[in-house]
Design a protein around this ligand. Sequence first.
Ligand SMILES: C[S@@+](CC[C@H](N)C(=O)[O-])C[C@H]1O[C@@H](n2cnc3c(N)ncnc32)[C@H](O)[C@@H]1O
Length: 260
Amino acid sequence: MRVDQSNEDQLDYWDGASGEYWARRADRFEEGVADYDFVASAGIEPNDRVLDVGCGSGATTRTAAALGAEALGVDLSTPMLTLARARSKDLTNVSYEQADAQTHEFTEFDVVLSRNGVMFFGDQEAAFRNLARALRPGGRLVLMTWQPVADNEWIRTIREALRAPTPERPGFGDPDWIRELLTSTGFQDVRIEPRTADMYLGTDADDALEFITGQFASAFARLPDREQATAELRADFAAHETPRGVRYGSAAWFTRATRP
Ligand SMILES: C[S@@+](CC[C@H](N)C(=O)[O-])C[C@H]1O[C@@H](n2cnc3c(N)ncnc32)[C@H](O)[C@@H]1O
């Protein structure tokens, strides 16, 4: 697979041990964002040709297919695509391709969608120009991305435990930045709506702790006060235990745009 130089670190991350972690925990990651019901909001019609960008283990690709679409999932990660293919083996209207969505030459789609898969591109402008080319004229782009850290209690809690500063770079948290990116790369009629839902992290505090410290294992290992940080995080998770497990407030943008 050819990956743009600007995405080589993402390939290392998703195609390596982190991709394996995500694939092993695919159901947990899925439950985490399930309350957003993202694909249901995409207005997919039967027979739509749908491209799912950064499809991971293919849950959203399969949901699009269940709505009658002809769905292609594209991703960098071998372990996640292996799981996606295994879970789709009885479906005739789903396929997957391992490729860098920033540069891959796609044929024309009616809908390009992505749930939390577009924030990783090394060159956002090049990537979105490529995604605009992937749509037929009149075709639709539908994205889910996270709102700023300040509005996402779960991200803030994890970053605080990791003693990580709040990122100050402009990006998908900022609707003006999203609008500017899309209008400058070939999209029009950009509409950005706020959505909120509970983010699920685990059955109880210990389960959530094991999940999060496993996901960010190397960052936790580097902390000089790892035991203190882990104890604080466990206490925060315990304070967020609900009858439906450990849940935090979260906030996303649902963005739609069309290709003229
Ligand atoms: C946070 S995961 C989301 C997975 C999936 N969309 C979901 O909601 O379950 C981000 C995914 O984007 C993929 N990704 C990152 N950069 C990519 C690129 N340049 N081209 C294709 N996929 C990419 C990663 O491999 C990873 O599977």
